[in-house]
Design a protein around this ligand. Structure first.
Ligand SMILES: [Fe+2]
Length: 345
């Protein structure tokens, strides 16, 4: 422990040095100015500061000391022979840690100093420990987020690999849905959620036979019904993710239509979750702008027309309008090339 004793009275400096002779390195200085100079180059664990000194009183020293950030939390005990209570109030306001009145009992001074130094040590140690733990927690959190994201990408690619014509479909739908959500004023957090819902919306296709998914001829009624089950299968797969229940809801509801003729629950209008209405537009846009087993991708003007036709029937008008704006901004018809990014704009 290192103590700085600042007192113009040499006897007082000697007395205080003697009190701590066993346990501390005590530096004694005779004036406030010399103490401030010493503290510019050195440091200590605590200052015992006399209030009444000729050149600069204890309060002035304290005021100057607190201006320097390296000493703003250095414990300072003011020593005073005055009985005036206003002095204590002013001293505490300036950042004094404690007061000791002269004449004092050596043991009391010893206990107070020890307690304050110990307290400061624990406080600093605790702050460092909290800082270290916070950094560790942040790094673990970002690792888990990265892992989650990479797992989602892998799952989405697993689904898309099943259909030779829909490579990259999930990532593009996620991307379009994220753009629509942003234009609709959703928060960054919600945009990210919608992105993940887009990535996994078709995960239920894992449970539909590849022979039906890849069939080039027209589907029979039974086969079409089988394809439709991907919404229910997807919801079942994702329902175990308790921390993100909307993932399962998005998988279930992305084929609902705004007019209530979609599947699997024939939900209508605002009864369809908002993010599923966004996904429905994004999903259809990608279907029309991709080559499929039974047709080539459609020309942009035709895609635009289909969105206009579906506005209010298949699609929520709010999100159909946003999609139309995105189409109109995409003069080169290259929007589908920009994929696999969470934040493409
Ligand atoms: Fe789907």
């Amino acid at each position: 422990m290192r103590l700085l004793v600042v007192d113009d009275d040499a006897m007082m400096r000697m007395l205080l040095s003697r009190i701590f002779v066993q346990e501390a390195d005590v530096i004694g200085l005779h004036s406030g100015r010399s103490a401030l100079e010493w503290l510019e180059e050195n440091t200590c664990d605590l200052v015992l500061l006399d209030y009444r000194m000729p050149d600069m009183d204890g309060l002035d020293v304290l005021r100057n000391l607190r201006k320097h950030s390296q000493h703003d939390d250095l414990p300072v005990i003011l020593l005073t022979g005055d009985t005036e209570t206003g002095l204590e109030t002013e001293g505490f306001a300036l950042g004094a840690t404690d007061f000791i009145r002269k004449p004092f009992v050596p043991d009391v001074v010893r206990h107070r100093v020890r307690r304050l130094v110990r307290y400061e040590y624990l406080k600093k140690h605790l702050e460092q420990e909290v800082g270290r733990k916070t950094l560790l927690a942040e790094s673990r959190l970002s690792e888990s987020r990265l892992l989650f994201r990479e797992m989602v990408v892998s799952l989405a690619r697993t689904v898309d690999a099943k259909d030779k014509y829909t490579s990259g479909h999930s990532e593009r739908v996620a991307n379009y849905a994220c753009r629509i959500a942003r234009r609709a004023g959703e928060s960054v957090e919600n945009q990210e959620k919608i992105y993940y819902m887009g990535m996994l919306h078709d995960i239920g296709k894992i449970g539909v036979p590849g022979i039906i998914i890849n069939k080039e001829d027209a589907l029979s009624k039974e086969e079409y019904a089988r394809i439709q089950t991907h919404t229910i299968i997807g919801a079942k797969i994702l329902q175990s993710i308790d921390v993100f229940p909307d993932l399962a809801i998005a998988a279930r509801c992305h084929h609902e239509r705004f007019d209530g003729t979609g599947y699997p629950d024939r939900l209508k209008g605002q009864d369809i979750p908002r993010f599923a209405r966004i996904l429905a537009v994004a999903d259809s846009y990608d279907a029309m702008t991709s080559n499929r087993s039974y047709r080539r991708m459609l020309p942009q003007a035709q895609v635009r027309q289909e969105i206009v036709l579906g506005r209010g029937t298949q699609f929520d008008p709010e999100f159909a309008d946003i999609m139309l704006t995105l189409i109109d901004e995409d003069a080169t018809y290259l929007m589908r090339e920009i994929t696999q990014q969470l934040d493409p704009d």
